[in-house]
Design a protein around this ligand. Structure first.
Ligand code: FMN
Length: 160
C-alpha cells in the first residue's frame, strides 16, 4: 500500500513532523511511505497512493500560502483517497488548529475521505489531526506518530 505525505516547510519544523508521521505509518505492515516537499512531488506515486497526508506551517493563523497555492493549482486526482492533516506553529494559540481545519476543507473539496481517529482510539486524541510547535516538535512525537499509524491502519482496512 502506497502512502504520500505532502508538506511545505521553510525552516524545517513541518518536515520534522512529517518524518515522525512516517515512523508511525511504517508500524503498519505493508505500508510504503514517501515524503514530498512541494517542489519535488512524484505525481505518479501520489496518484497511486491510497492515503495522502498534508502538512503546513501556520502563517497569520492560516495555512501557509504555498500549500494553499498547491491546492488551488494541482491536477493530481485526490478523489476517493484517505486524507489527513498536520500543522506546525510558533505557539499553541497561534492558529494551528485553523490550519488543520482548512486543510480538511481542501481535502473534502477534492473528494477525499478525511480521517484522524479522533477520540475513538484513546490517547493521544487527534481530533482534527496533529499539530506541533516551533522547535518543540519532538515533544509531540506521540501525537504525530499516532496520527500516522491510525491513518495507515485505516487505509489498509479500507483499500486492501
Ligand atoms: C510569515 C510567517 C507567519 C507566521 N504566522 C504564525 C502565526 O500566525 N501563528 C503561529 O503560531 N506561528 C506563526 N509563524 C511561525 C511558524 O508557523 C512556525 O515557525 C512553523 O513551525 C514554521 O514551519 P517550518 O519550520 O516547517 O517552516 C509564522 C511564521 C512565518 C514565517
Amino acid at each position: 500500500m502506497k502512502v504520500s505525505i505532502i508538506y511545505f516547510t521553510e525552516s524545517g519544523n513541518t518536515a520534522k513532523a512529517a518524518e515522525i508521521i512516517k515512523d508511525g505509518m511504517m508500524k503498519v505492515e505493508g505500508t510504503e511511505v514517501k515524503l514530498f516537499g512541494l517542489d519535488a512531488i512524484d505525481e505518479e506515486y501520489v496518484a497511486a497512493s491510497d492515503a495522502v497526508l498534508f502538512g503546513a506551517p501556520t502563517y497569520y493563523a492560516g495555512v501557509a500560502w504555498q500549500l494553499v497555492k498547491f491546492f488551488h493549482e494541482t491536477k493530481i486526482p485526490f478523489a476517493g483517497k484517505l486524507g489527513a492533516a498536520f500543522s506546525t506553529a510558533g505557539y499553541e494559540q497561534g492558529g494551528s488548529e485553523v490550519v488543520l481545519s482548512d486543510i480538511i476543507s481542501f481535502m473534502m473539496s477534492k473528494g477525499m475521505l478525511c480521517y484522524s481517529g479522533g477520540t475513538a482510539l484513546g490517547q493521544p486524541f487527534t481530533h482534527l489531526g496533529a499539530n506541533g510547535f516551533s522547535d518543540r516538535i519532538e515533544d509531540r512525537r506521540e501525537v504525530f506518530k499516532a496520527l500516522g499509524q491510525r491513518v495507515a491502519a485505516k487505509a489498509k482496512e479500507l483499500f486492501e
